[in-house]
Design a protein around this ligand. Structure first.
Ligand code: MG
Length: 350
């Protein structure tokens, strides 16, 4: 190989190394990251190994607030006489755990997550005149006090996870464009296309609205959907956002792959073509089916709950439907009209 060819080869190798999709290798996770409030010695979560039969030794190496305790089985609790008060302004706590000689860092979150069932579909954008899936649509969902805010994630051609509903944005195909090209897009109300990292950073500025992350199905290949899943879970772990995020997807494979990468991830399937037994046996933790599915099977909420699955219905925008689903016992209602649904819930409480 001539010197110039060797130089080009090395440059290309370096460039491709920089743009590789992020791949998560995580041996330890917690089964829960949320700290109950006003409860002395509360259970927070259990350390779980991805090699389940292994007996591991655990140690709490760092606890910035000095309030946690970990036992030999990896169970993390608040210390006996410690409770996180409702009035405490701190809501994120960093810990570092040693397990079988390797260290892993987590962030635990004070559990003040709202339980009003309302999930803002693509953020709260419709009545606030901001772009769907923009940072401002997420902030609006926080301001309204929604239980969750939903958003959609794609992978750019150079493996940057970005937020958009459609596969095209600003005239560009996301999967065939670089992040640099996508970053120049200005949406009609002036919003930019956020990266997943930016979105999660914003999401972690609060502890009341859960982040409902949709893994989009790639138009290129199923492998590309799995690469997107790798990238998403890797970023969520890097940013220590596990306590905030729940995953949804129309791709059954993405959710099954998600379980392999993080067995404690909360996942819900969107397509509606699998029975609750099938979903349960594939370790997916919930169904997020369209209202057609619930309408055609009035027992669906009940049969899902019997198996311990969570239930979410999409996309409900009508007053009569809101009333029906509020009475159905469904856990989440995904809507483009979060203001209207919240008002109805408020009125019902009177
Ligand atoms: Mg979506």
């Amino acid at each position: 190989m001539k010197r110039i060819e060797l130089f080009c080869f090395l440059m290309l190798t370096l460039l491709s190394a920089n743009t590789k999709a992020e791949s998560p290798v995580k041996r330890y996770n917690l089964d829960s990251y949320r700290i109950p409030i006003n409860e002395k010695g509360a259970f927070v979560g259990r350390l779980i190994s991805q090699t389940p039969n292994k007996i591991y030794e655990v140690k709490l190496l760092q606890d910035t607030a000095n309030i946690f305790y970990i036992n030999k089985k990896g169970v993390i609790r608040l210390k006996k006489n410690v409770a996180i008060k409702e009035s405490s302004p701190v809501f994120r706590y960093a810990i570092k755990v040693e397990a079988d000689g390797s260290t892993v860092e987590f962030e635990l979150v004070k559990d003040e997550f709202i339980k009003n069932k309302v999930v803002a579909h693509r953020g709260a954008w419709k009545n606030t005149k901001v772009a769907q899936n923009s940072i401002r649509s997420l902030e609006n969902a926080f301001k309204l006090g929604c239980a969750g805010s939903e958003f959609d994630v794609w992978l750019s051609s150079d493996n940057v996870a970005v937020i958009s509903h459609d596969s095209k944005i600003g005239g560009l195909s996301i999967e065939n464009s670089t992040y640099q090209e996508l970053s120049k897009v200005v949406l009609p109300a002036g919003d930019k296309v956020p990266t997943l990292k930016e979105y999660l950073a914003e999401g972690k500025t609060q502890n009341k609205t859960a982040l409902i992350l949709e893994i989009k199905s790639s138009g290129i290949s199923n492998e590309r959907t799995l690469e997107l899943t790798d990238s998403i879970i890797s970023i969520v772990h890097q940013m220590k956002a596990q306590g905030w995020v729940e995953y949804i997807s129309f791709s059954y494979d993405a959710l099954k792959h998600g379980y392999n990468l993080d067995p404690s991830a909360k996942t819900a399937y969107l397509s509606g073509d699998k029975s609750v037994n099938e979903v349960k046996s594939d370790n997916i933790t919930g169904i997020d089916y369209s209202f057609y599915s619930y309408r055609s099977d009035p027992e669906l909420v009940h049969s899902a709950h019997k198996l311990g699955l969570t239930t979410n219905v999409w996309t409900v925008n009508d007053k009569d439907d809101f009333k029906n689903y509020l009475e159905s016992g469904v856990d989440y209602i995904t809507t483009d009209e979060p203001e209207l649904l919240l008002q109805m819930i408020k009125n019902r409480g009177k």
